[in-house]
Ligand binder design. Sequence first.
Ligand SMILES: *Cc1c(COP(=O)(O)O)cnc(C)c1O
Length: 221
Amino acid sequence: MNSVDRLNKIRDAVPSNIKIVAVSKTKPATTIEWLYSKSGQRLFGENKVQELEAKHEILPADIEWHFIGHLQTNKIKYIAPFVSLIQSVDSYRLLREINKEALKQNRIIPCLLQFYIAREEAKYGFSLEEAFLMLDDNKFHELSNVSIKGVMGMATYTNDEPQIRSEFKTLFGYFELIKSRYFVRDNDFCEISMGMTDDYLIAIEEGSTIVRIGSGIFRER
Ligand SMILES: *Cc1c(COP(=O)(O)O)cnc(C)c1O
């Protein structure tokens, strides 16, 4: 099986209303271009600014690029002109800086709030309390050039399925709570990005609307 076959198998397993992000980090542009032309895949995810910028420059312009990694404020400017969704907003400060760069580009940048749901120490993301603090602040509502589309999270890297499921349930609960408190009349707040190669089926059962699949398409593990 090649990457097209693997992607098609995943497409068969995923309901059509759920978006599949092909996570192409570390993969050369030629590999991406091949998948692009053979499978019609247009949605790709990257986690490093420089890598994303370089690939964006040489690959077809109709690729939708999602940024899914930890974003440093001084690097936003390199992706602000073209990124279609920043999934990994993990602080108010970062969101303010994204807003600034979006303003310079005269565009509105769609974003997801990344939540910390895993047991592991290393993962980034808001706690629910931190998100409430931001969303309750009037200054948040002055950010005219970012649009919050929903939430994102990563489960603990483990084989413990109940653990993973409970973390996805937590993220779904955060989504519902935030939706009801702050975005109840905002139909754009509708995305829950959760699920990767090893846990996307669980994530879909728990309400995911966007899955991010890397090794399951491109192999290597
Ligand atoms: C690498 C990565 C993925 C894809 O992981 P796989 O297990 O290879 O599918 C998804 N989300 C984020 C944030 C990543 O960094």
